[in-house]
Design a protein around this ligand. Structure first.
Ligand SMILES: *[C@@H]1O[C@H](CO)[C@@H](O)[C@H](O)[C@H]1NC(C)=O
Length: 247
């Protein structure tokens, strides 16, 4: 199982000054940009933005300020001639970025959550096959996952459709994969899930005897029947006692 996990994280600190009814808007945006745990190529970017236009930026890879407007260029020249300012900016790469990146990895990025998987029978779209199964994996982290279908141990590639990994919005993801198929007696259909949180691929075998939804319908019907019988019996006893003058 090889999964490429590429994280692209920006720690952003906003420092904003809002002035006047015309809405002049000065922002300082400080970012730490990194893509891997070894922090190779990590950058500290310190941007100055006025009314949404960035006019000056310090980039730790370059080691100095660059101006983007006439005013920015003039200030970049002044800032770059100040060795202690440059040293302070460059120091943020160690002090701020590397410290926080390490915390991000230990607190969030290195964590994993196992998928909860459910295999169910769903109505197929009117198509080539009379049956469709859905394999849903819920609440896993991080995002990369592999969901595949096996028929008697062989991977099935045709008539498989899948959603993307969908973000729940709470750091967890879910994915749904469908297999359209024509059932054959004696075959074994399974959904296989591979994820970094699992030490080995997980197999979920489809039990064609009675799908869960059918079992639920039968259970609900049976409960209704029992409840009805009890009420009828209670009514009958009440009626009998009443008519015999006990009540
Ligand atoms: C910082 O500078 C390096 C080297 O020029 C460049 O590759 C990188 O894209 C710059 N980063 C940003 C965010 O501008």
């Amino acid at each position: 199982m090889s999964m490429l996990i590429a994280f692209y994280i920006c720690l952003t600190l906003f420092l904003s000054i809002f002035a006047g009814t015309d809405g002049y808007f000065e922002q300082v945006v400080r970012q730490c940009r990194f893509t891997s745990k070894d922090l190779h190529g990590i950058e500290f970017i310190d941007s100055y933005v006025f009314n949404q236009a960035e006019y000056i930026r310090f980039n730790s890879t370059v080691g100095k300020f660059v101006g983007y407007t006439e005013h920015g260029v003039k200030n970049a020249e002044a800032f770059n001639s100040d060795a202690s300012l440059l040293a302070q900016e460059q120091g943020e790469l160690e002090r701020y970025c590397k410290t926080n990146a390490a915390i991000d990895y230990s607190a969030i990025l290195d964590k994993t959550a196992e998928p909860h998987v459910r295999l169910s029978s769903v109505t197929p779209p009117s198509g080539r096959h009379p049956a469709m199964l859905m394999c849903s994996a819920y609440d896993f982290y991080p995002k990369p996952i592999r969901v595949t279908w096996l028929r008697d141990g062989q991977e099935v590639k045709s008539d498989v459709t899948s959603t993307e990994e969908l973000a729940n919005g709470d750091w967890y993801y879910q994915i749904h994969s469908n297999l359209e198929y024509t059932p054959k007696s004696g075959e074994k259909i399974s959904c296989m899930v591979e994820h970094i949180s699992l030490t080995e691929p997980m197999m979920y075998h489809w039990d064609p005897s009675l799908p869960e939804s059918e079992r639920n319908k039968i259970a609900i019907g049976a409960s209704g029947l029992v409840l009805g019988a009890i009420l009828a019996l209670a009514g009958l006893i009440y009626y009998k006692k009443k008519s015999s003058g006990v009540l």
